[in-house]
Design a protein around this ligand. Structure first.
Ligand code: ARG
Length: 586
């Protein structure tokens, strides 16, 4: 669209006529070169983000592999039998919330939260103040908050997964420590949205997320306490909310965790303020009718905790941030999913035996496909084989087929994601910043609401590169490869990935700009499609390439030819970088 508007300005300038009165060449004007450069830079950014994300995924697999091997060497976990991709350590699936410590905040962080100021979200929280607060990332982009409720379980809002249910796409960042210790990133093993979640009304807006590895007791992350009975604190109790959400409606996402105190409001008050969209059976509301202090977009899934007094005060989770009508608007308190009414569902899900549950895609893809039904009886296909009387015969073969089929669907899911990333790249390449598909709506689109309301931002700005926090695995890990089965193929995979993407990974972000310097079209070379042969000169990070392409010189043909020139430029830079690396290669 942008191109269409700009086209009249972008048409080429002929060079001075030659002796026979016809200009032999025309140059695309600087305005066109600028548009091309801007689009090229966007394409480069997308390409760099996808490359970082691909490398990061393998790096994470390596980290888990090493984690497993170290545990095995210390005799804390059984040693893996052979070369396998990493699987979940044994205690993963048996950790229901134990009566152990929960809800305790590090000393010095607890009484910092005071309601003040007129900023949505209150104030910046001291580091480590909320040890159960986690962040959910989709394809590397932070999207929602979440609350650690057990070593392997995070509670969050079901609407965070609207349109993105595939666990392979999600990771969770745990809380950082009180001294700013770096937050750990863990892949998601399973997503369990409440089966009654209704995306239109946000009724039952709750989901459990199982982590691929349980949080370590040595780190700063700690679970919050879940309510022990159906009772909730009375209206007027000041409770705490926390998250990285927007600082005001449609505003920027917070750089660090913010926190605020908000009083619980009675069901009557909530209903009067928010109308029939508020379903008191599963929703509670909290905040100030005067407005000003509230959760906001990006805070979804995060905690609303109330302090339980005692010799050692504990924070108990009574709400999960769900929706609001705007943020911090007068008369419109924030809405939270009630946790106390879901105690039974939570218990049931977290204590379910592995054999009673279909394996997750991550579990299936973590192992090589079982070759025959007998092997299918072993995890993770045991779920299917378990339905059969014996390990041989038609039933066992069918179970095996079923398991393989699901595995294939999982592989397809992973592939679809990769394609989507590429497609997004292509979209950005073809036009001015398209708005990315909305993944979760910020409030129920209940037809019950009288006014349609303003649209709310529900995706944090895509400005943060997916791999910004990526750290290369330390070189000494190579030396450990021998002692750790399955590590070598992963290291090889990483090396190959780094090699194929090296051309874009090496460009420092501040130099990631494409600069089209000249497009010179040869007027004597018109093709049947009305395009002209052109010589293109472009720069990237101080390097230059020259290549031949085709360009249109009328509005329609010009618009069509530009995306192709961009793609060619990307290709030329990639080839140039590879040739520099191996000058003798053909
Ligand atoms: N639905 C939002 C999210 O996805 C949370 C909105 C909370 N709004 C509020 N006014 N309390 O992040």
């Amino acid at each position: 669209m942008l191109l269409a508007l700009l086209l009249p300005l972008l048409l080429p300038l002929p060079d001075p006529p030659s002796a026979d009165g016809h200009p032999p060449y025309v140059r695309l004007p600087p305005s066109t070169l600028q548009v091309l450069s801007a689009q090229g830079t966007q394409a480069l950014q997308v390409a760099q983000r996808s490359a970082q994300w691909a490398v990061k995924r393998v790096a994470m697999e390596i980290q888990y592999r090493l984690h497993e091997c170290r545990g095995c060497a210390n005799h804390t976990t059984p040693c893996p039998a052979g070369p396998r991709r990493p699987g979940p350590p044994t205690p993963l699936l048996q950790d229901s919330p134990e009566p152990g410590p929960c809800g305790e905040r590090p000393p010095g962080t607890a009484n910092a939260t005071r309601a003040h100021g007129r900023i949505v979200g209150g104030r910046a929280a001291p580091p480590g103040a909320w040890p159960w607060l986690v962040r959910l990332h989709l394809g590397g982009q932070p999207l929602c908050g979440g609350v650690l409720v057990a070593a392997s379980w995070v509670l969050t809002a079901a609407h965070c997964f609207a349109g993105a249910r595939n666990e392979l796409l999600w990771t969770v960042t745990l809380a950082e420590g009180p001294r700013g210790e770096q937050a750990e990133e863990v892949p998601v093993n399973r997503i369990l949205p409440h089966p009654k979640f209704d995306p239109r009304t946000f009724h039952y807006d709750l989901a459990l997320v199982q982590l691929w590895t349980p949080v370590s007791a040595a780190g700063p992350a700690r679970p919050v306490c879940l309510p022990q009975g159906p009772r909730e604190p009375s209206a007027g109790t000041a409770c705490a909310i926390a998250g990285w959400g927007a600082l005001f409606e449609d505003g920027p996402e917070a750089e660090a965790v913010r926190e605020a105190r908000v009083p619980l409001l009675s069901a009557d008050t909530c209903q009067r303020a928010l109308g029939p969209a508020l379903r008191p059976s599963t929703m509670l509301c909290a905040g100030y009718l005067a407005g000003g202090i509230d959760s906001c977009q990006g805070d979804s899934g995060g905690p609303l905790t109330c302090s339980e007094p005692g010799p050692r005060p504990r924070e108990v989770l009574y709400g999960v941030t769900s929706w609001g009508d705007g943020c911090g608007e007068p008369g419109k308190p924030g809405v939270y999913t009630r946790v106390a009414v879901f105690r039974d569902w939570l218990q049931e899900q977290m204590s379910a035996a592995r054999s009673n549950r279909e394996p997750s895609c991550r579990e299936l893809l973590a192992r090589d496909p079982p070759e025959e039904p007998l092997a299918a009886a072993a995890a993770p296909c045991a779920f299917y084989a378990g339905q059969c009387p014996g390990s041989e015969g038609a039933c066992a073969r069918l179970a095996h087929q079923q398991c393989l089929q699901r595995r294939r669907r999982c592989e397809l899911g992973a592939l679809t994601h990769t394609l989507l990333v590429l497609l997004r790249g292509a979209q950005e390449l073809l036009g001015p910043r398209p708005s990315l598909p909305r993944l979760a709506s910020a409030r129920p689109s209940a037809s019950l609401r009288e006014s349609p309301g303003r649209p709310a931002r529900d995706q944090p700005p895509g400005s943060r590169a997916a791999g910004a926090r990526f750290q290369r695995p330390r070189p000494k890990q190579r030396g450990e490869a021998n002692g750790c089965p399955g590590l070598d193929p992963l290291l090889r995979k990483l090396a190959i990935l780094q090699n194929t993407h090296a051309w874009i990974l090496r460009v420092p972000p501040d130099r990631l700009a494409m600069d089209f310097q000249e497009v010179l079209a040869d007027l004597g070379s018109k093709t049947l499609n009305g395009l002209f042969g052109a010589q293109v000169q472009a720069g990237l990070g101080g390097r230059h390439v020259v290549f031949g392409g085709l360009v249109g010189l009328e509005p329609a043909t010009l618009a069509h030819s530009l995306p192709r020139l961009l793609a060619q430029a990307l290709q030329a830079f990639r080839l140039a970088a590879q040739q520099r690396k191996s000058p003798r290669d053909p």
